[in-house]
Write a protein that binds this ligand. Structure first.
Ligand code: ADP
Length: 630
C-alpha cells in the first residue's frame, strides 16, 4: 500500500524556522555523510527515546497527575511504506510541548554526542568508529534519513500538538500540528541507500538484537503480537540472559565502550523483593564519554523508573557501581523523600551492598589477576571506606591489598600477611612513605629486614587516612615501624656488640651532633634498631603519631613537623670514621648536617630537598681533595 503522500518536503514545510546550534550542525554534517556500517543503531536510539517517554508518562500517572489519554495503551508502533521509503515510529509516551521540542531536538543534550564532536575534531578522526563508541542519540537518524518529522503532543491536557521538521541542514522548522492523542510520531524519510530499513523483517531483527528488553510492547506493521520480549533484562531469569545481552545492557546504560569488570544479577524474594543488575566498570574514573552523569543506581519501583541516580542503595565507597535496582516492595506512589527515609531502603541497601561485596570477594579468590585490575582502579575507594566507616569497616578488610617488603611487586591481603607471620609475632607492621622505592630504603626498615619480618608498605596518600579506621586486623594491632617503642622480638647479636663504637667515644660523637643540630632535634641517642643505615628520626613520646602527621600534611592544615629524636647507629663505619677526623675542621659538621637531612628526606619530611645539593658538593670537594695527589 502506498502511503497518503508524504505531507511535505523541505520547500513546502510551514512554520517557524530555527537555526541549529553550531555544534549540532557539525554533528549532523558528519552523520549525514557517515559511511557507518552499523547504521541500524539509529533504530535503537529512537526506540530508547520512545521507551523513556513511556516510562516518564507512567511515572506521571502513578504520581496521580492529570494526564491526557490516561487509558491509552503504553506501546510503540512501527510501520513502513516501502515505496515512499517512509518509516514511522509512534509512541504513546509523555510527548513534548512546543518549547520542549525546540529545547530537546534543537540542541545537543546528549553528553555522548558532545564528546563525539570533540573527538571528531581530532586529526585523522575515524568517524565510523566514533559513532559506534559514543551513541549520538536522536540525531543518529540522520545517518539514514533524507528528512525527519517529529510530531508530538504532550501529556499535559492543555498543551497543543507540535511538529518539528529537519533535513539535516542548518535549520529546522517548528509548526502547529494536528494530533489529537498523546505521544510522539517520528517519521523518517529514508535515503535511497537506506531503503533496506523499510522492511518489516529487517526491523524485527534489529529490534531483537538491540531493543528486545524494552519494557513496552513494540509492534511492527499490522501484527498484533509485539516483536520484543518486553521484560526488562533485570527481571528476566538469569538462565535466559546471554553474556552478550549483559554486555549490551551495560553499554546502553553507560556508553562505556570497555566491558564491565564484573556484573551480578540478583533476584530475591527475601528479606525484600528485589531485582538488581549491577556492574563494576573497568575504570575508576567515570569516562568523560559516559552517559551516566552522576554516581548512583537507577531505582525502579515495579518496573517504573523513580530515580535516575539513587545514592542511598550503596555505601559511599561502592559509588562506582553502575546498574539497576527494582523492587516490588517499594510503594508505587513514591516521592524521592519517602524513598530516602524508608526502612525498606535500608534493607535494599544491605542486600545490594552484601551482594557486591560477595562478588568482589569471589573475584579476589578466583581470579587474582582480574582482582588486581579492580584493586588498581578502585582500591582507593575501599581505603576511603575503611577510613570513613571505622566501626563497620571490617567487611572491607578482606578486600584490601598491600605491597610488602617481602614482595614489593606483588599484592598481599591481610590474611596472606597473617599467614606468613613469624612465630611469636603479635603485631602487623607497616611503614608509611611517599613511594614504594624510597620506603624500601628507609632506616626504619633496617631492623625488620634484618629480622626477616614482613612489613606492609603504605605509600598512597590515602593510606594514612585508612589507618585511622584500620587499627586492628583479627587479633593483631597494626604498628608503625617508625614508632620508637616496639615490642618486636629482638635478637641481640654478639658480633654486633663487638663492632660498636666504645661508649666514651660515642658520647663525644653525640655531643658533637647536638651542638651542630641544636634546636632542630629534641635528642640524639644510640639506636638498637639500625643495621644498614647511619641514622633515623623517631618521635618523642607523646607526639602525634606519624600517620596523623601525614593526614594533617595532606589536609593542608597549618602544621609543623614536630621535633624529633635522631637515633644513630653505633656500629656504622661513617660514624667511626667521623671520630677520626679533626673535630675543628669543617667536614664533620657538614657530614652531621647531611646525615640529618638524609633522615628527613627518607621520611618525606624535608622542607627543601634541593638545598642539599650545595652541601653535597662541598662534601665531594673534601673527599676528592683528600685522595688527590698533592
Ligand atoms: P537523550 O535521549 O540521551 O536525552 P536524544 O538526542 O536521543 O538524547 O533526545 C533528546 C531529547 O529529546 C530526549 O532527552 C527527550 O527529552 C526528547 N525526546 C526524544 N524522543 C522523544 C520521544 N519519542 N518522546 C518524548 N521525548 C523525546
Amino acid at each position: 500500500m502506498t502511503d497518503q503522500t508524504p505531507r511535505a518536503d523541505a520547500a513546502h514545510e510551514e512554520g517557524l524556522s530555527f537555526s541549529f546550534k553550531a555544534e549540532t550542525r557539525q554533528l549532523l554534517n558528519i552523520l549525514i555523510h557517515a559511511l557507518y556500517k552499523d547504521r541500524e543503531v539509529f533504530l535503537r536510539e529512537l526506540l530508547s527515546n520512545a521507551s523513556d517517554a513511556l516510562n516518564r508518562v507512567r511515572f506521571e500517572m502513578v504520581t496521580n497527575r492529570e494526564v491526557l489519554d490516561p487509558n491509552a495503551e503504553l506501546d510503540i508502533h512501527i510501520t513502513v511504506d516501502k515505496e515512499a521509503r517512509l518509516l514511522t515510529i509512534r509512541d504513546t509516551g509523555i510527548g513534548m510541548t512546543k518549547e520542549e521540542i525546540i529545547e530537546n531536538l534543537g540542541t545537543i543534550a546528549q553528553s555522548g554526542a558532545r564528546q563525539f564532536i570533540e573527538a571528531s575534531q581530532e586529526k585523522n578522526a575515524d568517524f565510523s568508529r566514533l559513532i559506534g563508541q559514543f551513541g549520538v542519540g536522536f540525531y543518529s537518524v540522520f545517518m539514514v534519513a533524507e528528512w525527519v518529522r517529529v510530531t508530538s503532543r504532550s501529556y499535559q491536557p492543555q498543551a497543543a500538538a507540535v511538529s518539528w521538521y529537519a533535513t539535516g541542514e542548518d535549520s529546522y522548522r517548528v509548526s502547529e500540528a494536528d494530533l489529537a492523542t498523546r505521544g510522539t510520531i517520528v517519521e523518517v524519510k529514508l535515503k535511497e541507500d537506506a531503503v533496506e530499513f523499510a522492511d518489516d523483517f529487517r526491523l524485527k531483527n534489529i529490534i531483537h538484537k538491540h531493543s528486545d528488553y524494552i519494557g513496552f510492547p513494540i509492534y511492527v506493521g499490522s501484527e498484533d503480537q509485539p516483536v520484543n520480549k518486553q521484560t526488562s533484562l533485570w527481571r528476566t531469569s538469569r538462565q535466559e540472559v546471554t553474556a552478550e545481552q549483559y554486555k549490551d545492557f551495560y553499554r546502553q546504560l553507560t556508553l562505556d565502550f570497555e566491558d564491565a569488570l564484573l556484573h551480578t544479577h540478583l533476584v530475591t524474594d527475601a528479606p525484600v523483593q528485589l531485582y538488581a543488575l549491577l556492574y563494576v566498570p573497568a575504570k575508576g574514573e567515570r569516562g568523560m564519554f559516559s552517559l551516566r552523569k552522576e554516581d548512583g543506581l537507577k531505582l525502579y519501583s515495579r518496573n517504573i523508573l523513580i530515580d535516575e541516580y539513587n545514592k542511598d542503595l550503596l555505601p559511599e565507597y561502592l559509588r562506582f557501581v553502575q546498574g539497576v535496582v527494582d523492587s516490588e516492595d517499594l510503594p508505587l506512589n513514591v516521592s524521592r523523600e519517602t524513598v530516602q527515609s524508608s526502612a525498606l531502603m535500608a534493607r535494599l541497601k544491605k542486600v545490594v551492598t552484601g551482594q557486591i561485596m560477595k562478588e568482589l570477594e569471589t573475584l579476589a579468590k578466583n581470579d587474582a589477576e582480574k582482582y588486581q585490575v579492580f584493586w588498581h582502579e578502585f582500591g582507593a575507594y575501599l581505603k576511603q571506606g575503611v577510613a570513613a566507616s571505622a566501626a563497620d569497616g571490617s567487611s572491607i578488610y578482606p578486600l584490601l591489598r598491600f605491597k610488602t617488603n617481602r614482595s614489593p611487586e606483588a599484592w598481599s591481603s591481610l590474611e596472606d600477611y597473617v599467614g606468613r607471620m613469624q612465630a611469636g609475632q603479635k603485631e602487623i607492621y607497616f611503614i608509611i612513605g611517599d613511594d614504594p622505592k624510597s620506603v624500601l630504603r628507609s632506616p626504619h626498615l633496617d631492623y625488620f629486614q634484618a629480622q626477616g619480618s614482613e612489613v606492609l608498605l603504605l605509600t598512597d596518600p590515602i593510606d594514612s587516612f585508612m589507618l585511622m579506621g584500620l587499627r586492628k586486623y583479627k587479633d593483631f594491632d597494626l604498628v608503625n615501624v617508625a614508632q620508637a617503642k616496639l615490642t618486636a622480638p629482638e635478637k641481640p647479636k654478639e658480633e654486633v656488640e663487638a663492632q660498636k663504637i666504645p661508649e666514651a667515644d660515642f658520647s663525644t660523637l653525640i655531643e658533637h651532633f647536638k651542638k651542630v643540630l641544636g634546636e632542630r632535634v629534641t635528642d640524639v641517642r644510640a639506636s638498637t634498631r639500625l643495621s644498614q643505615s647511619v641514622a633515623r628520626l623517631v618521635d618523642p613520646d607523646g607526639s602525634l603519631n606519624p600517620e596523623l602527621q601525614r593526614v594533617y600534611r595532606y589536609l593542608g592544615k597549618e602544621y609543623e613537623v614536630p621535633k624529633k629524636i635522631l637515633e644513630l647507629n653505633p656500629s656504622h663505619s661513617i660514624l667511626k670514621n667521623l671520630l677520626k677526623i679533626d673535630p675543628a675542621s669543617e667536614l664533620p659538621n657538614l657530614i652531621i648536617e647531611q646525615i640529618y637531612d638524609n633522615a628527613l628526606l627518607v621520611d618525606g619530611l624535608h622542607p627543601d630537598p634541593s638545598s642539599i645539593a650545595a652541601r653535597v658538593q662541598q662534601i665531594m670537594d673534601a673527599a676528592v681533595s683528600s685522595v688527590a695527589p698533592k
